[in-house]
Structures are given as C-alpha cells and as structure tokens.
Write a protein that binds this ligand. Structure first.
Ligand code: C5P
Length: 259
C-alpha cells in the first residue's frame, strides 16, 4: 500500500491512486465510527467483509443496468474503482422508520412507511451531514436538477432490487445510504453521467432479520449491541458470499493466493 499515492482517507476507507488513469484503489479499513466519529473502534475483519459484500451488491446492481464505479476486487481489502467526481450528497432511502428519521418525526422504530422515501444530506463531516431540501441542492449548485432526477430514479430502482435480494435471504432492508459521482460521458461529447460510487454494506444499510428483527448492521456498533462482525458475517453467509462453517461460524469461501 505504501508504494501507492494516497488520495484520501475517510473514516472506514482509504483511496489510493489506481494503476491506470481514471482508476483508484478503494481500501476497506477495520475502523468503525459513529455519531460523526465521536465513537470509534476497530472491528477485526469488518473491512474484509464490507469489501466482499459491497463487491457482491455492486455486481448485482450492474447486472440490472445500474452504472457503478466498481471495476473488480483486487484482494481481501481492496477493489479497483473508476475515479469519479463525488457529488457532495448522501442519498438516503427509507422503507421503515428508524434512526434519525424516527427521532426527528417522533415515529416508533419499525413502523412501515406509506411509501419509500428518499432524503438528501449534505456531505459535510464538520456540520454532521445535515439534512437538506432539494431546493438547497439547486440554489447552491451541488447538483443539477437533471442529475437529481436521475439519482432519485436510480435510488428507487436500487431500493426495489435490494429489497427483493435481501428478502430472498430473510433480511428486511430498512434503509440505506448511497453516494453518486460524475464521470465524463463515454460518448465523448463533453457531458457527464452519474454513476453509483462509494460502497453498499452493513455499514451503510439497516438490515433486520425478517423473523426476529435482529439487527445485522452497524446499529450493533452504534447501540453497543455487540457481535458486530458476527452480524456482518451472517449477512455475507446468507448472500452466499461466505460458506457456512458449522463449527466455527462462516469462513471466507474462496480466494486466490494473493488475497
Ligand atoms: O442515521 P440515519 O437514520 O439517518 O441513517 C439512515 C441510513 O443511512 C442508515 O442505514 C445508516 O447506516 C446510513 N448512513 C450512513 N452514513 C451516514 C449516515 C447514515 O451510511 N453518514
């Protein structure tokens, strides 16, 4: 890793210069933070699990025609991605009341929403990623209206697909956060296209077991529920990424020697 130039270090990931122009290497750390980094820990193996789960999800989304930044997984903790200009928004999609929305609107966690809701937060750690209205996005030029139209349509398609994918393995998709980036359009006419970036993993989704409502996501860390990596392992196993190991929990199923 040290041989490569570091471009950016976030709370859970590091970006390095990629081997070819227009690419980056995304490295998944074991670090976990919550409440805007007021709470911190290192969770052994979390980065490996998120790398594998995010790879799996991005590949499934590409199969249904969602353009993503994912190119290929390089090893246990790294993936090669397309270099994009990140749109400074956290796009949240919710199916069931939980977290900050339940708190803000005085709702009981677990209440089914009348329909899926898309929210926008400004990506600004120093401000705690505040919730914003679409009006702010256009007035301050964070994204164009055509980009937001595309982002909302893509987010709802991603939500539909992921709800089905997780329901198939007995998991309820309560909510999730995604990010998008701009890439020069491949038609070479000077325009840009919007593609899915960042990651989709139990760090960025709320995932509840359908039978028991057991939390299988980062809320286990946020709320001190324990067994965080065990829960992420459970998600990976149910999705078929890891092979179940009856004696010692799941293990990483395959992996080339340079993993
Ligand atoms: O905390 P809140 O209820 O707003 O989170 C909604 C969803 O977005 C959750 O799945 C949470 O994990 C995710 N999220 C995230 N990164 C943030 C804020 C929220 O991945 N900075």
């Amino acid at each position: 890793m040290s041989r490569r130039k570091q471009i950016y270090e976030g709370k859970a990931k590091i970006l390095y210069e990629g081997p070819e122009p227009g690419t980056l290497v995304q490295y998944f750390k074991d670090d976990a933070t919550a409440f805007n980094a007021q709470k911190k820990a290192t969770l052994d193996g979390k980065g490996v699990l998120n790398n594998r789960i995010s790879e799996f999800v991005m590949l499934r989304l590409a199969e249904i025609g969602i353009p993503t930044h994912f190119i290929r997984r390089l090893n246990m903790r790294e993936q090669l991605i397309k270099k994009v200009e990140i749109i400074p928004l956290e796009v949240i999609c919710r199916n069931i009341a939980a977290g900050t929305m339940a708190k803000r609107l005085g709702m009981k966690e677990g209440e089914k929403l009348p329909r899926s809701i898309v929210e926008f937060c400004l990506k600004r750690d120093d401000l705690g990623d505040p919730l914003i209205a679409e009006e702010h996005i256009y007035a301050f030029g964070w994204a164009a209206q055509s980009e937001i139209d595309e982002i909302i349509a893509m987010t709802l398609r991603i939500n539909d697909f992921l709800q089905g994918m997780f329901a198939g393995v007995g998991i309820r998709l309560v909510d999730f956060k995604i990010e998008f980036g701009r890439l020069p359009h491949p038609d070479g006419m000077g325009g840009h296209m919007v593609i899915l970036a960042d990651e989709i993993s139990p760090d960025s989704c709320r995932l509840w077991d359908m039978e028991t409502d057991k939390k299988l996501d980062k809320d286990r860390f946020r709320r001190d529920l324990g067994e965080v990596t065990e829960a992420y392992t459970e998600v990976a196993t149910r999705l078929g990424i890891l092979k179940p190991n009856p004696t010692a929990g799941a293990t990483l199923s395959v992996g080339s020697s340079n993993d």
